[in-house]
Each structure stands twice: as structure tokens, then as C-alpha cells.
Design a protein around this ligand. Structure first.
Ligand code: HEM
Length: 397
């Protein structure tokens, strides 16, 4: 049944965002298909339902947006916005990005990512407290995307702030829609024009010069607008999410000092610990879709034309899928979780996100085997799509 149950979930309620998990549990148990009347959307919260629904792109479309506010606002999505496209065009565009966004290009970044983390953390070695988001989480992902694209350092902070602030939402139900410059990627325009005249060994140069067969069967390179769209999606999707992952690593391990000590003693456990943090505290709680046909869930019908939220943050805590799902356990066989999505839009930056999480944690533990969090002064960021620490003051004993 839909929300005859008394449980309420308002994605714009910052009080709930502080600890959404008890509400998610009630949704799974009492209203596995939830309808929110105020904002007029449906939500699925069980792992099995998200796992079944997400790959069905014919029923659950991204072409009108994958963020609830964008779908509800009915704004026109600029062509080439990969994450908000559907097959067959999405398949063609994704294939091109997969060709240039190679595992080799990503693993080649490892020494530079490590160097960046080391330089970012070293100045705090003699300090007894610092803000982990300021020191590392806020900067690392954009620097890494910059390394990937070849963006000059001076441009990077501006781009990051612009992207993040556009996704900030108002507490109490206000809905902000990203501005047109973000959706079109125009903030990168000057850099792209410069890089076209100054090609080098980076992903931007590949995007500008790689030939592909487009949806009309024409062999060509990407237009300027298409390149803008790609670059914008990469930085929009890979920046704040990965920064929040760094914060969740810091806070979750502070809350589980015994497990942290195991990682200090045996760093080979670190990759699985990062995977468990991804499952346990997903930076991105929800992906939304536009429903193309009447579809039945739990005895009710979701009408064609609805907005539907796949609550992946809830699915990851579903005991039906993960035994003792509310327990953080670095030894868990995590397997597939939904933090990085599923199906046609599965996160293209998954390997890059994992690499950053692993290296950030390795470098952190190498310098600070123990830390506490000053919880009183830690603040959570509330954005429409991302949940994580804005400030995470850590205290070094
Ligand atoms: C912890 C960090 C990250 C999280 C939690 C995350 C999460 C996600 C999720 C849930 C999706 C699927 C959205 C949907 O189905 O509508 C997605 C797609 C995507 N992500 Fe990530 N992401 C992360 C890091 C990155 C990074 C580092 C990059 C690249 C620099 C990146 C690039 C992308 C792109 C391009 C897509 C769209 C793929 C498509 O539409 O085919 N992500 N991400």
C-alpha cells in the first residue's frame, strides 16, 4: 500500500537528514511504496525493489532529470547531458566517454592523487585539531578531476564553488533548480577553447579530438557544446559526492576506533573498508526517475507521468539484503550496494571514487592512526542529492 501508513519522509527536512535511517527503516517496513502528497512523488526504499527498478530504463527514464527537483520543475534538459539521457542516445554518448575515461588513465593518476593527499595533510601533523573537509575532502575531488581534464589549478576552486552552490536546497521545502550555466557547462567554455588550441595528454583533449559515430550514423568529433556537457557532468557528478565520501570515512572510523586500528595494523583491509563506508553512509541518497507507464508496486499503481525516487541510501541498510545492515563492519562481504547506482547509468567514475577513498584513507592513517571528532562543531551539508559533512573537525589525541 502507499502512504496510508503514518510514516512521513520529506527529502527537504534537514532534521530528518541528520539521521534518516530510522525513517528509512519505517518506509521499508510500513510503506515500501511511499507517496509524498506535498511534493507529489513516489519512493521505493527496499533493496530488491531498487535493484529491480533501476535497470528498467524504459519504464524509469532519466531524460527529464535524475534529481527530483529537476523532474518536478519540468525544465528542458540540454542535449548531451549524459546523466539525464536515455538510450539509444545515452548509449552512444556513454560509449564515447567510456573510450576516453579508461582504467589506465584513472590508475595513472594514483601517484598524483597520493602526492596531493600527502601535501594536503602534512601541514596538520603538528596540530592537535583540524577540519578534515577543509584539509582534504573539499579540495581533493576537484583537483583530481582537474588532473584528469588538464584544468589549470587557478580555475578549479571557482568551478567547484559554482557547481556546489547550485545544488544547495532550502530547508522546509524550498526547491532550487541548478542554473542554466551549470546544465550547459558554459563555466568551462574558456578552458575548452584554450585546450583545443593547446592539446595535451588529458581527457579534455581526447574529448575534443576523438571521432565517434553519432546517432545519425555520422562519423565526427564532439561539438563544443557537447564537450561542455560532458565536462560539466563529470565535475558535477564526481566532485561533491567524492568529497563527502572522504568525510564519511573520517567520521565513521572515528566512531569505530577498533576497526580503525585493524586498518592501521593491516592496510590491505582498506579497500573493503572504503566499500563498507560507501554502503553504510552513501554520499548520494537517492536517484530519481520519470515514470513512463502505469506500474504496479506493492498492490498500488504508480501512474505514468509520476516522479519516482529510488532511495538507495535506504536500500543499502535493508536487512533483507545485508544481514545486520545497520552495523558497520569492515570485514563484511559487501558485494553490490547501490551507492554508485545500477544499470545504464551506473557511475562512470566508480573506479576513480574508490581510488580517491582508498588513497585518502591510506594517507590519513599513515599520519594520524587515531582521531576523534568534535561532534558539537561538525555540520552536515544538506543538498538535494548529496548528504555529508560540510565541517568535520577532528581532534588528534
Ligand atoms: C563517492 C563518489 C560518487 C558517488 C556516490 C557517485 C554516485 C553516482 C550515482 C548514484 C550515479 C548514477 C545516477 C543515476 O542512476 O541517475 C552516478 C553516475 C555518474 N557518475 Fe558518479 N559518483 C561518485 C563519483 C564520481 C566520480 C569521481 C565521477 C567522475 C569524475 C563520476 C561520474 C559519474 C558520471 C559521468 C555519471 C553518469 C553516468 C551515466 O549517466 O551513464 N562519479 N554516480
Amino acid at each position: 500500500m502507499t502512504s496510508i501508513a503514518s510514516v512521513q519522509w520529506d527529502p527537504y527536512d534537514s532534521g530528518l537528514a541528520a539521521d534518516p535511517y530510522p525513517t528509512y527503516r519505517r518506509l521499508r517496513d510500513e510503506a515500501p511504496l511511499y507517496y509524498n502528497e506535498e511534493h507529489d512523488f513516489y519512493a521505493l526504499s527496499r533493496y530488491a525493489d531498487c535493484e529491480r527498478g533501476l535497470p528498467d530504463w524504459e519504464t524509469y527514464r532519466s531524460g527529464r532529470g535524475m534529481v527530483l527537483e529537476i523532474i518536478k520543475a519540468g525544465i528542458e534538459i540540454p542535449p548531451g547531458t549524459l546523466i539525464m539521457e536515455d538510450p539509444p542516445v545515452h548509449t552512444i554518448h556513454r560509449r564515447l566517454l567510456v573510450r576516453v575515461f579508461t582504467p589506465r588513465r584513472i590508475s595513472m593518476l594514483e601517484p598524483r592523487v597520493r602526492e596531493f593527499c600527502a601535501n594536503a595533510l602534512d601541514p596538520y601533523r603538528s596540530r592537535d585539531r583540524f577540519d578534515l573537509m577543509e584539509a582534504l575532502g573539499g579540495e581533493l575531488p576537484m583537483r583530481v578531476i582537474g588532473m584528469l581534464l588538464g584544468i589549470p589549478e587557478a580555475e578549479q576552486a571557482f568551478v567547484r564553488d559554482h557547481v556546489d552552490s547550485s545544488m544547495r536546497i532550502q530547508d522546509g521545502g524550498g526547491i532550487d533548480v541548478p542554473d542554466a550555466a551549470i546544465l550547459s557547462g558554459e563555466i568551462y567554455g574558456d578552458y575548452i577553447d584554450w585546450r583545443r588550441d593547446n592539446p595535451s595528454n588529458d581527457l579534455m583533449t581526447d574529448l575534443l579530438y576523438t571521432e565517434f559515430d553519432d546517432e545519425n550514423g555520422v562519423r565526427r568529433t564532439l561539438t563544443r557544446d557537447e564537450v561542455l556537457g560532458y565536462v560539466n557532468i563529470l565535475s558535477g557528478a564526481g566532485n561533491e559526492t567524492t568529497g563527502r565520501l572522504v568525510g564519511w570515512i573520517g567520521s565513521t572510523l572515528a566512531a569505530h576506533p577498533d576497526q580503525r586500528q585493524e586498518l592501521v595494523d593491516d592496510p590491505a583491509l582498506i579497500p573493503n573498508a572504503v566499500e563498507e563506508v560507501l554502503r553504510y553512509e552513501p554520499p548520494s541518497m537517492a536517484v530519481s526517475r520519470y515514470v513512463t507507464r502505469d506500474v504496479g508496486w506493492h498492490g498500488s499503481t504508480v501512474p505514468a507521468g509520476s516522479a519516482l525516487v529510488f532511495l538507495v541510501g535506504s536500500a543499502n541498510r535493508d536487512d533483507r539484503r545485508f544481514p545486520r545492515a545497520d552495523v558497520f563492519d569492515i570485514h563484511r562481504e559487501v558485494g553490490q550496494h547501490l551507492t554508485l547506482g545500477l544499470g545504464a547509468h551506473y557511475c562512470l567514475g566508480a573506479a576513480l571514487a574508490r581510488l580517491q577513498g582508498r588513497i585518502a584513507l591510506e594517507e590519513l592513517l599513515a599520519r594520524f592512526p587515531r582521531w576523534d571528532v568534535d561532534w558539537e562543531n561538525a555540520t552536515l551539508a544538506l543538498t538535494s542529492t548529496v548528504r555529508g559533512w560540510e565541517k568535520l573537525p577532528v581532534v588528534i589525541p
